[in-house]
Design a protein around this ligand. Sequence first.
Ligand code: AMP
Length: 407
Amino acid sequence: MPFTKLGLSTTLIQAIQEQNYQQPTPIQAKAIPLVLKGKNLIAAAQTGTGKTAGFVLPILQSISQQTEALRGKRVRALILAPTRELAQQVEQSIKDYAKHLEISSLAMVGGVDSEPQKQALIYGVDILVATPGRLLDMMYQRAVHFDQLDTLVLDEADRMLDMGFIDDINKIVDRLPEQRQSLLFSATLSKQVKQLAKTTIGDAVEISLTHDANNAPDIDQWLVTVDKDKKSSLLSHMINKNDWQQALIFIQTKHGSAKLVSQLEKRGIAAEAFHSGRSQASRTKLLESFKAGEVKFVVATGIAARGIDIEELNRVVNYDLPDQADDYVHRIGRTGRAGASGEAISFVSKDDFRNLCAIESRIGHLIERKEVEGFEPKKEVPISILNYKPKSKKGNGHYKNSKKTSK
Ligand code: AMP
């Protein structure tokens, strides 16, 4: 179905054409008509599916039809996002799509001076994209009021819950008018997300695309088994041997990221660390340089897993596997976005085995295993177990409900 059939105005269609989008992604085709009709929505959609345009375009359309003047410190639509990077990226998308409309937007995030954000709100802002903590702060300072609010969006709701924002979200939602349209987007619809939806969204149409393999971004996933102490030299070897031009490399800890950057540098590979210990300004700058291709290798901790949107990024490396299987899905979603193909490579040592089982059970299939000559592990990684359930009490290495599978 073409964009022109979704009920969007010609001005928005023009902006979409300027983005070179040929046709709506499946989530857009489903969500846009429903949001335009004013429905509440609960959508299970992974990152990289085009979900941002799925809610931003209809919101822009409805704001452009508003006749009531916006008063000072008021907003018409509020988008809550888990991380600063994601909030900034969503706000950038709004600017792109609203290019031919007189609609204002603001990203309100922590880690930067709040004064310019307060100033920007003085005459009201049509669409506010905020992280929960900073928004609460601003609410308590009476810098923002919600009596003109029509639409609430909870973006990456599962991530916001993981990050412990539930109380902040509830406090914010308490201040919103009951008469509003509410939309929730989440990679997963876990019990907790459904509970949040029940209290914040109310009656809603539920749409899900996560289990439709045809809509999954085209990502080639594989893993290399390797001993833990050889991971860094394996990485340098693969970068050099395959002449990688760029990669986003995920690692567990801040300390680990600094160490890996210096190990790579010793082998003549320039890399930068991206983690929460760096100031917001330097993170933003680093992302810009990475997008521009000036920085080739970024070693990031989990915080960066959301919110990085780089059109041409075609390689993600899980130097460590994440403890949460959902994080794996989000990480690999950094590549292969919107139909582009991508490659997600994980370095798996014996210590990563439990996380590997959890991830493979989460994605419902085994990840292809490879070995790299000269880096064959001395400590073997056991055969994977699908349908793995971690034992709830002691982490003693035994597995329940295990069905042995090998590839
Ligand atoms: P999202 O899942 O919203 O983070 O979007 C992922 C990427 O897809 C972004 O870089 C968008 O610019 C891009 N995108 C969104 N919609 C489309 C579309 N219909 N066609 C091509 N690319 C798109």
